[in-house]
Design a protein around this ligand. Structure first.
Ligand SMILES: *[C@@H]1O[C@H](CO)[C@@H](O)[C@H](O)[C@H]1NC(C)=O
Ligand SMILES: *[C@@H]1O[C@H](CO)[C@@H](O)[C@H](O)[C@H]1NC(C)=O
Ligand SMILES: *[C@@H]1O[C@H](CO)[C@@H](O)[C@H](O)[C@H]1NC(C)=O
Ligand SMILES: *[C@@H]1O[C@H](CO)[C@@H](O)[C@H](O)[C@H]1NC(C)=O
Ligand SMILES: *[C@@H]1O[C@H](CO)[C@@H](O)[C@H](O)[C@H]1NC(C)=O
Ligand SMILES: *[C@@H]1O[C@H](CO)[C@@H](O)[C@H](O)[C@H]1NC(C)=O
Ligand SMILES: *[C@@H]1O[C@H](CO)[C@@H](O)[C@H](O)[C@H]1NC(C)=O
Length: 923
């Protein structure tokens, strides 16, 4: 057989195949059609039902109890007609938000399909003004979607302004599906109803689209819609607003693991991550179908799908290989859907593309597809195969390689042997492809097939391609149209919606295998994979469920989202050499992004729920805060079992690194004061500078970082809490968290958290700065163990000068020491209400610095006052005005000679760049 001529004419082998296959009684046709528990096609803005070809019964949305539409939307008919069958005569539309709530759906994954007809609608809904966003639950499906622009730029005139989108989302038990349509710039518009002019927003009472899913009022159909109908006729608007519209919505259930990863599949069955190991399509992710391509002579309409109304298109323009040939095999050929029911209808497997008949030149090129995609997302690529070539009679007859994005992902594909040494066995193989955001509008995702050297038949083949975009960590699938220049205020506030996530977080994955995955991978690959541990994937399946939808609520617009591949690149695949800090939370790496910007990359150990909470908390807090004295969060990465935070790199490490137990030269008194002032300003900002008070809860000398200009930055917001809100509340009760030695006794004893707890901890830092020692020392006299107690004791006796850091000898003017001591101890008062505010602290410290500078000036002028700690200054310590003091320009301060700190370049320097997030019990 091996010596046989390897090329053949398609027509021939189609016929031969038919004859051959008749003799295989085991082979059966996939007459299994999936029966979706939910199948709902909605004719939006219409009271009438509509049956169309392709197996759809569209139900009018105005008189069914299966759904409700929020007030504020109108219905209108299209000003033009389309020849395409579907719900296109009418639309539901509005200049303000409106929602569809669809009730009584079963739990599990669904297709959600949106149908738009881009035309002008009666009355005055000009087609060019339809610009809007669409959300489904926590997922952003479309953002600033300019329907007319999209329709006009489409390269398929046959669609005649019909736009179609298909998504996969997963619903929890008892969850209603809420679809929200949000006009991009609601703008101003007037409402003319008879002779009255009423402004729209006050006229209509909207249902809060942010209301809890179950909290949405269920509207009784008729009434509302009748009114809406009339309004539509009278509607006038100014030219500034945009509106949202929808013609058809469809919801169809799919088998649990048709696309989502079965948690019980073994590792070889997981989607393979291109350039990595494996990937899991977890059911908290939403998918958007970008391509569903078959080859052959025609598209397969929804009615011929396996029960889910998927359309299988033919678009040969994505094949860039000239000689590629697509073949249709005899329709009567029987297929053996072993464990792959429903993946695609028979016809998909009965047609294929190969490299063309000229086998002698096939080794010289690749069979190539180029699929344009939006960068900055991860994609799931599914390849469908079915071996039908009658010349293939034993394993090894036809073998080929697969490259995705020019990575060799398979070096030995033998469809025949993967199908159990049978022909006619449909197989699918999934890949995850990370497409980096490189500031381009579209990039091509490439798929290349090439015959194996050892293959008898020098040809490669593919039956179908499906490509899905995977929602990012914020639940977003949309790329806002960059051509749109409007000044839309950002609607999305993911932080607000955090509550809702817990629901998705507990998503339970049930095992029902729907798909058999090709076991292409030879031992060689498995070994290779084990060696080349790019990132931890092995436990994906287990962790997958707990990872959950929390990710959907990370801020999008405030900080950058890094893909894991960017982080891998920045840290040379988490190279040990790049580690600059180690802690209970995991490691901190120094890396470079955008080629040259140094960053600190904090990689949290995976797994613990507490870690996840603190991760989220830190992102939420920091991404809202921008201040000179707060560490800036540049971005985060949350994917493939990784929780990573990316910060500005702080060259000089932590304050503690410059105080004690260090090889660094001691800081001068003035430096120390300036650092204390900076940190105090950062905390003051946290307490008062934002809408809601933020309590840091973990102020300590290792959480104050220093940049190359010695500017102090408060860091580590993992434990931060939003403080009390409302006039009646003066504290929040929480589980006590913080660090030993810094903990406010009042908070500790009474579990009442106020901003004064931060003041207490800050007081401890002031003493560390003054005395150059740890808050707690074990191996000393009992009296001296606690810095706070010891300092109080010495201060009361009037001997505070005794415990000052020897390195500061003769640097501190006596009245400055007294003020500073007073301040520190006032921060440490038992009764929180007696402690100064951070604003007071800043004021006093600036005053102290000013005194010190004056004193130094006097010394330089020959006055003899240094070295003596006695002083008679009696200003009220909190009355000083500090507004006239400017100390923030550190870079110009004299006496700060960076070169004298050369030894800090060692890695040691940043060992504690980030303090640990510890188990509170351990503190
Ligand atoms: C439309 O179809 C739905 C569901 O099949 C049915 O309940 C409703 O009565 C129909 N409405 C009309 C006007 O035929
Ligand atoms: C939804 O389900 C509930 C409980 O099963 C039932 O009472 C209600 O009538 C259903 N609503 C619709 C619109 O089918
Ligand atoms: C829509 O607006 C454009 C310009 O903004 C105008 O040329 C066109 O006639 C309008 N179409 C309708 C149907 O009013
Ligand atoms: C196949 O390729 C060879 C080498 O390029 C060429 O000589 C031959 O004519 C080709 N045959 C066909 C059928 O195209
Ligand atoms: C096929 O594509 C791969 C990946 O881009 C490339 O390395 C290889 O050289 C190509 N083979 C041929 C014959 O062009
Ligand atoms: C949407 O696209 C149309 C062109 O079809 C354009 O005239 C209009 O200005 C766009 N709208 C926005 C808000 O950019
Ligand atoms: C519309 O929805 C967005 C996003 O949910 C929200 O930010 C905005 O406030 C809503 N507008 C109105 C008028 O309710």
């Amino acid at each position: 057989m091996k010596s046989m001529e390897t090329t053949t004419k398609p027509i021939e082998w189609g016929t031969i195949l038919f004859l051959l296959l008749l003799s295989f009684p085991r082979l059966s046709k996939a007459d299994d059609i999936f029966q979706p528990p939910d199948l709902l096609s909605i004719n939006c803005g219409s009271s009438s039902n509509l049956s169309t070809l392709y197996g759809r019964n569209w139900i009018g949305d105005t008189n069914t109890e299966l759904l409700s539409v929020s007030r504020g939307s109108l219905i209108a008919t299209a000003l033009t007609k389309t020849t395409i069958q579907g719900p296109y005569d009418s639309a539901r539309l509005s200049f303000s938000n409106f929602t569809y709530s669809i009730f009584n759906l079963t739990a599990g994954p669904k297709f959600l399909r949106l149908f738009f007809f881009s035309t002008s609608y009666y009355n005055n809904f000009n087609r060019s003004k339809a610009v809007f966003s669409v959300k489904a639950g926590p997922y952003t499906l479309l953002q600033r979607f300019n329907a007319s622009l999209d329709a006009d730029s489409g390269n398929d005139p046959a669609r005649s302004n019909i736009l179609f989108r298909e998504y996969c989302i997963n619903l929890q038990e008892g969850q209603n599906l809420i679809i929200t349509f949000i006009p991009s710039s609601p703008g101003s518009y007037a409402f003319i109803n008879g002779i009255e002019i009423v402004s729209m927003p006050s006229y209509l009472s909207y249902t809060d689209p942010n209301v809890d899913i179950d909290g949405l009022p269920k509207l009784v159909g008729g009434q509302t819609y009748t009114i809406d109908n009339n309004l539509a006729l009278e509607m006038k608007y100014s030219s500034t607003g945009s509106y949202a519209f929808i013609n058809g919505i469809e919801i169809v259930s799919m088998p649990s693991y048709l696309y989502y990863t079965d948690p019980n599949v073994d590792i070889d069955g997981l989607p393979k991550l291109v350039g990595g190991q494996t990937y899991t399509i977890e059911n908290n992710l939403a998918l958007e179908m970008k391509y569903r391509l078959r080859f052959g002579d025609r598209s397969i309409p929804g009615s011929e799908d396996t029960g889910m109304l998927r359309t299988w298109d033919v678009h040969n323009q994505y094949i860039t290989t000239q000689s590629a040939k697509s073949l249709d095999i005899d329709k009567k050929t029987k297929l053996n859907f072993r464990n792959t029911p429903y993946t695609a209808p028979d016809q998909v497997y009965l047609s294929l593309v190969n490299m063309g008949p000229n086998a002698s030149i096939n080794m010289g090129f690749n069979l190539t597809w180029q699929l344009p995609v939006d960068p900055g997302f991860t994609y799931m690529l599914r390849l469908h195969f079915c071996q039908l070539n009658p010349k293939v009679i034993e394993s090894g007859d036809q073998i080929f390689l697969i490259y995705i994005q020019d990575h060799l992902v398979e070096d030995y594909v033998d469809i025949f042997s993967s199908g159990g040494n049978q022909r006619g066995v449909p197989l699918v193989r999934d890949y995850a492809v990370i497409i980096k955001d490189d500031n381009q509008k579209k990039v091509n995702l490439s798929v290349k097939l090439h015959p194996h050297d050892k293959s008898m038949i020098k040809d490669a083949q593919l039956n179908a391609i499906e490509l899905f975009k995977i929602s990012d960590t914020t639940g977003n699938l949309a790329v806002p149209d960059p051509r749109i220049q409007d000044t839309e205020i950002s609607h999305e506030n993911p932080i607000k919606q955090r509550r809702g996530t817990t629901r998705t977080l507990v998503a339970v994955v049930v095992a029902v295998s729907g798909v058999v995955l090709l076991s292409f991978i030879m031992a060689f690959f498995i070994i290779k994979r084990k060696k080349n541990v790019a990132f931890n994937n092995g436990s994906n399946k287990k962790d997958g469920t707990s990872r959950g939808g929390g990710s959907s609520f990370l801020p999008t617009n405030l900080c950058r989202h890094f893909s894991i591949s960017e982080i891998v690149e920045a840290t040379n695949n988490f190279d040990e050499l790049f580690v600059v800090g180690v802690g209970g939370f995991g490691n901190v790496f120094k890396g470079y992004i955008d080629d040259s910007t140094p960053v600190a990359i904090k990689r949290l150990k995976p797994g613990s729920q507490q870690g996840l909470d603190e991760f989220m908390n830190e992102i939420e807090m920091l991404s809202q805060l921008r201040h000179l004295h707060l560490v800036s969060l540049i971005g985060y990465c949350y994917e493939i079992n990784e929780m990573i935070l990316v910060y500005d790199f702080m060259d000089r490490g932590t304050l503690r690194d410059h105080l004690y137990e260090t090889d660094n030269p001691p800081l001068s008194w003035k430096q120390r004061l300036q650092i204390c002032i900076g940190a105090a300003r950062g905390l003051h900002y946290l307490h008062t500078g934002t809408k809601q008070m933020i309590i840091h809860r973990d102020v300590k000398s290792t959480n104050i970082l220093l940049d190359e200009k010695w500017v102090a930055k408060v860091s580590d917001f993992g434990l931060s809490r939003i403080g009390p809100t409302g006039s009646s509340m003066t504290h929040v009760s929480t589980q006590v968290k913080g660090s030993v030695g810094y903990l406010d006794p009042e908070y500790y004893k009474r579990q009442r958290l106020t901003e004064k707890s931060d003041v207490y901890s800050y007081g401890v830092v002031l003493l560390e700065v003054l005395c150059g020692r740890q808050p707690l020392l074990r191996m000393v006299e009992k009296q001296q163990v606690s810095l706070v107690d010891w300092a109080k004791h010495r201060y009361e006796k009037g001997f505070l000068g005794e415990i000052v850091d020897p390195a500061l000898k003769d640097q501190i003017a006596p009245h400055c020491l007294r003020k500073f001591g007073e301040l520190a101890l006032s921060c440490l008062l038992e009764d929180g209400t007696q402690r100064p505010s951070m604003n007071d602290v800043v004021g006093v410290l600036e005053f102290v610095l000013q005194l010190q500078l004056q004193d130094d000036a006097n010394v330089n002028a020959g006055s003899e006052s240094g070295g003596d700690y006695e002083d008679s200054t009696t200003e009220d310590m909190f009355s000083s005005s500090h507004s006239s003091v400017h100390v923030s320009d550190y870079s110009n301060s004299s006496g700060f000679n960076p070169t004298s700190y050369a030894c800090m370049k060692s890695n040691r320097l940043s060992e504690h760049v980030f303090s640990e997030i510890k188990d509170p019990k351990g503190r």
